[in-house]
Ligand binder design. Structure first.
Ligand code: NAD
Length: 340
């Protein structure tokens, strides 16, 4: 029987193994919350560190139309049996069309047969998986007594990072700085909702007060200098995901214990690219955070150490949350199944 002969209700109940599962953006938002994203990302970082999951080379091209950057992030997680690709990119003109500038879709395949399995909206999932990555780093690397959270950046992604971060420690205050101060009201509104005191501060004060800092900007130069950061701070650098981008002083990486999602990306397109290029840091100084999750690296040594997580954003994170979305949507009867 063809998909066109089925009612919408029947489509939703077609056995997913017999067709392609579609999970819309709206359903992703419904079924994948912060806890589900945290677990998916933590598990896949652990699998990567064990060698059970690996990312394929990233493709990213300026397509010469609409100023767009388009590409693919893909990989295979043998532990979770997830194979697929996130396709998408950045269309700067979308804002005028009332669309998100970042657009992506995740495509999952059956690792046993190569057959197309699922199409999943990737915009919301990108935001939650990126927030989950910094949250995982805080959970495993920040001091247990961290009380002040510093936010550098106040764009689209920042509120996701903030919401996921405040669930990891008993934060009593949020301090924030952004190159465009007018955006800071976004973070202030979330803090008001969560009943956490919020203060907009200058960069130096942020470094002096914060026990945990998240950077999530599109900067191409350091926004935080090493001498501003107090001992014992954990910093999650999340904005640098392309060659040339930079958010912090390379000397800060040289003085910190540096962790990452994937070392190859960290040294090429992540925050560590600059410290490595200037000889302040070597590849062997960088530890996959999955080793800390797996218990094969002790993580933070003491209360004085500065830990820095270079969150570059890997395809396997996208596949992990997309796979979770498919499973949860199917379980809740919200997945749509179609036949090719
Ligand atoms: P956005 O465009 O909504 O916000 C951009 C932020 O950067 C704002 O705080 C803005 O004030 C600031 N900014 C813009 N231009 C700047 C400049 N020249 N110098 C310093 N700051 C500048 O973007 P977003 O969706 O919030 O994403 C923020 C960053 O995070 C982007 O660089 C994006 O590529 C990156 N990102 C990384 C991952 C990952 O997995 N690591 C995932 C998603 C997004």
């Amino acid at each position: 029987m063809g998909a066109e002969e089925l009612s919408v209700e029947e489509l939703a109940t077609v056995n997913a193994t017999a067709g392609i599962t579609l999970v819309s953006e709206a359903v992703c938002e419904q079924v994948v919350g912060r806890p589900e994203a945290f677990t998916a990302v933590e598990n896949v970082f652990a699998a990567m560190a064990r060698g059970d999951a690996y990312n394929f080379p990233v493709v990213r091209e300026a397509i010469g139309h609409a100023d767009a950057l388009y590409g693919f992030k893909s990989g295979f997680d043998r532990a979770g049996m997830v194979l697929g690709v996130k396709s998408g990119g950045y269309w700067p003109g979308n804002v005028d069309k009332n669309l998100t500038n970042h657009q992506s879709t995740v495509i999952l395949f059956d690792p046993d047969t190569g057959q197309l399995r699922s199409l999943v909206g990737g915009n919301y999932l990108t935001a939650v998986r990126t927030a989950a990555a910094s949250a995982v780093s805080i959970a495993h690397l920040a001091r247990k007594d961290a009380r002040v959270l510093g936010m550098v950046g106040a764009g689209h992604q920042s509120t996701f990072q903030l919401r996921a971060a405040v669930e990891q420690r008993n934060f009593e205050k949020v301090v924030a700085w952004n190159p465009h101060p007018e955006y800071l009201s976004r973070l202030a509104a979330v803090c008001e909702e969560l009943a956490i005191p919020f203060e907009a501060v200058e960069q130096e004060q942020l470094g002096a007060e914060a026990d945990v800092i998240i950077t999530i900007t599109s900067a191409f130069e350091p926004l935080l200098m090493k001498q501003w950061i107090k001992p014992g701070t954990h910093i999650a650098c999340m904005g640098t995901d392309t060659k040339g981008k930079q958010e912090v002083d390379p000397e800060l990486l040289a003085s910190a214990s540096v962790f990452t999602d994937e070392v190859a990306q960290s040294i090429s397109i992540g925050e560590a690219q600059h410290a490595v290029a200037s000889g302040l840091l070597s590849e062997s100084d960088i530890t996959p955070v999955g080793e800390v999750i797996n218990g094969t690296h002790p993580g933070r040594r003491d209360d004085q150490e500065i830990t820095l997580f270079d969150g570059t954003g890997v395809g396997l994170q996208d596949l992990a949350v997309a796979s979770a979305a498919v499973g949860l949507a199917q379980k809740k009867g919200l997945a749509q199944a179609v036949m090719l």
